[in-house]
Write a protein that binds this ligand. Sequence first.
Ligand code: SF4
Length: 274
Amino acid sequence: MNSIARKTLLYKTNVEYGDYTINHAKGCSHGCLYPCYAMLMAKRFGKIKTYRDWIKPKIVKNALEILETEIPKYKDKIRSVQLSFTTDPFMCGYNEISEMSYKIIKRLNRENIKCTVLTKGILPNKLTTLSSDNEFGITLITIKDTFRKELEPFASPMKKRIKSLYNLHKKGIKTWVSIEPYPTPNIIRQDFNEILKSLEFVDKIIFGRLNYNFKVSAYKGHKEFFNETAAKVISFAERNNKKYYIKKGTITDLNISKQLCHNSPLYSSAVPIF
Ligand code: SF4
C-alpha cells in the first residue's frame, strides 16, 4: 500500500469524549457516505482532492519511530489513547494498518497507557493478548446489511463486525459501541430496540445524531426523534447497568438534559469516560 511519513503522531483531540489520539493513516478504505467528517476536513485542508483519494489510504510508515520519541514527552499527561478519530485502525482490506495498530497498542500498553479502539472493521482475536485495561469498540448505526452497504459501502458486514466484538467480550475484554451518526426514519426505518438488543453484551454505549446531512433537517420532528431515541439509550443503559454517553447536540429536550446531569456524571462532567 502507499505510505507517507509524518513528523508527529500523538496529539490531544478536541473530540468531546477523547483524550489523546493516534491517526496512523491518511484516508480510509471504508468510504462512508454519511458523509465522513474526517474526509470533509481532509478535503477542506487540501490533504486530499476526491473521494477516490480518500478510499485509497496511505499508512504512516514511521509511526512506530515517532511513538518512541513522543511517549517520553506525553506519558505523564495521557489518560488514554484512542485509535482513531480520522481513520480506521482495523480497516478492511489493509492488513498492514491492522498490524501497525496492534503494534502501537502493544507499545503504549508497555508504558501502562490504556488504549481505546473504534472500528467499522473486524477486531482480531489476538487483541485479547494485550492489556485488559484496553477498551475495544465498533461503530454501528444499523444491523441491516443492505443499509450498511448504502452508507458504509466498504466497511465490514454487520454480523461479522458484531461477532468480532462479542468474541473479545467472551474473553473478558471491555467492549463498547458508538451508535453514531444515527439517521432519522426518512433515511432508514428500523427498530431501535432490536439494535440495542444486539448489543446487550457491551459495557458502554455512546449515542449521537447524524449531522451534515440535509435529509435529517428535512424530517419533521427530527429533534423529538433524537430526544426519544437518546432516552431509549439511557433507559436501556441504566436498566442493564452500562455506562453511556450522549453526544452534545443530540438531545434538545431540557427535561432529559437535566435528568442526565443528575443521573450521569459521565454526561455532565464532559470528561473522557474511558
Ligand atoms: S470508517 Fe470512519 S474514517 Fe473511515 S470512512 Fe467511515 S467514518 Fe470515515
